[in-house]
Design a protein around this ligand. Structure first.
Ligand code: SAM
Length: 461
């Protein structure tokens, strides 16, 4: 009999599912268990039943897994930040690699490729160069600035020292919270009673030491300049900005940034190129592993000095520029205009004159190509790219975008993925479009979380 919600059952957790939950079986019925790591024997309460599986939450670890380790963070039991920190890092790497292999097999039926061992971090802590903190109030009504409680959009854990952020980023967060309290600024409330403070995004240039703080608020407010001055004096930030989010959506989005202190961007250096990163543009969040990721992508891409390369979803050009240094030219596409503007500045900053950046959505842009190297109809002349690199968001490439990218006829297609399930879906489509999966190289950009990054090389059959 499959278990019912409310049932309390004993389970052996045997593996991890993509998404981070433990997997157990009750007879042959699959139960996903929050709070259980492989090897644990747990007492769990069933929270939900679906036709194919049930979900449960561990109430008590009856016998701990030999691969369990003590958490480093004081808040690990309540904070939603790094759910895998109680699993030994070596085991995390093993499971992540296995999840990539499983996704490719289950979704794309692909098994015949070279698997490079997952690359992990020597020191897998304090690796994030960007953190998004949320404002709230504690039980006594005091303003707090921390991370969402696991599974809750309302409650904020007043984290003292987040082990994913640098000590400097944590100090900056505490400085902002202190200054906001001193000025009597209230947290925003979705319950309709107003308030002001919503989120704080902290970004750090690990190579430059730049520290950019972007405060998300419900409206501009009179104490802005005072707040910026206090925070700068206390935290040593190089930039301080406010962004206005008037919507009810609980996201760090909005009108701005209005920069009150310092430049509107921070500086970072990756893969031998200097980058200006605007406050809202994408940058790989783990600077140390970004080097490893890009080294793998460039090695597998094998750009050719006499031929063009294409970089789709290029962001601020952080990978396009090293690609350009190894190619005849690069044609790079990105939807965010601000990122494209930064990519052009970055090209100039690094003396790269052979990179062309196009602002637009990949799918329509490849339908009306701005250059022959992006034109499938011209695929056989000297403009045919040696390699197409694609680094899409989590959803992967839409079918039409993938078809058009494949139609460019590059010898190699290098796919940088932050989601093994959409990578696998696209891999199956690429196989139908004449690209054989040759090499898979997982890279651990996000230790202690379930997120997995993979570089995959497809070769034109
Ligand atoms: C995972 S990031 C990769 C950026 C860059 N390759 C890097 O390593 O920093 C994905 C990028 O795709 C952009 N993007 C999202 N949807 C897009 C679309 N439909 N067309 C073009 N770019 C898009 C995002 O703005 C973001 O910069």
């Amino acid at each position: 009999m499959p278990p019912r919600p409310g049932d309390i059952i004993e389970l052996d957790v045997t593996s991890l599912a993509y998404g981070g939950q433990g997997v157990a079986r009750l007879d042959e019925f699959v139960v996903f268990v929050r709070g259980g790591v492989p090897g644990d024997h747990v007492l769990a309460r069933v929270t939900r039943r679906r036709p194919s599986h049930a979900e449960a939450r561990a109430l008590e670890i009856l016998a701990p897994s030999p691969r369990r380790v003590p958490p480093r963070c004081l808040h690990s039991s309540e904070c939603g930040g790094c759910e895998w920190q109680t699993l030994a890092y070596e085991a995390q790497l093993e499971f992540k690699q296995q999840q990539v292999v499983d996704s490719l097999q289950r979704i794309a039926h692909l098994t015949d490729y070279e698997l490079e061992p997952i690359r992990g971090m020597d020191d897998p802590w304090r690796y994030r160069n960007k953190m998004e903190f949320s404002f709230g109030t504690d039980e006594g009504g005091r303003l707090v600035l921390g991370l969402h409680k696991r599974g809750s959009w309302r409650e904020i854990v007043d984290v003292q020292d987040c082990m994913l952020a640098s000590e400097r980023m944590n100090r900056a967060r505490l400085a902002v919270a202190r200054a906001c309290r001193d000025l009597g600024l209230p947290a925003y409330s979705r319950e309709g009673d107003g308030g002001l403070l919503r989120h704080l995004v902290v970004r750090e240039g690990r190579s430059s030491g730049d520290l950019l703080l972007n405060l998300f608020v419900a409206a501009r407010f009179p104490q802005e300049a005072d707040l910026a001055e206090r925070v700068q004096a206390d935290s040593g930030c190089t930039s301080f900005a406010v962004t206005v989010n008037e919507s009810r959506a609980d996201a760090a989005l909005g009108d701005g940034p209005y920069v009150l202190v310092g430049p509107p961007s921070l500086r970072e250096r990756v893969a031998g190129v200097d980058l200006q990163v605007p406050a809202t543009a994408f940058l790989q969040t783990n600077s140390v592993m970004c080097e490893v990721l890009y080294a793998a992508a460039l090695r597998l891409a094998a750009p050719e000095p006499g031929r063009p390369s294409v970089d789709l979803y290029c962001g601020i050009g952080s990978l396009s520029l090293p690609l350009a240094q190894r190619s005849r030219e690069v044609h790079a596409v990105e939807i965010q205009q601000e990122a494209i503007d930064a990519a052009r500045v970055n090209a100039e900053l690094n003396g790269v004159a052979n990179a062309a950046f196009y602002a637009g959505d990949v799918r329509p842009l490849l339908r009306f190509p701005p250059h022959p190297a992006l034109d499938a109809a011209r695929a056989d002349d000297g403009d045919r790219p040696a390699v197409v690199v694609a680094d899409p968001p989590r959803a992967g490439l839409a079918r039409k975008a993938l078809q058009r990218a494949a139609a460019l006829g590059a010898d190699r297609f290098v796919y940088v993925s932050c989601n093994p399930t959409t990578l696998a879906g696209n891999a199956a489509e690429l196989a139908d479009l004449g690209y054989r999966l040759a090499v898979v190289a997982p890279v651990d950009m996000f230790p202690h979380t379930h997120h997995i990054e993979t570089v995959a090389l497809f070769e034109r059959s």
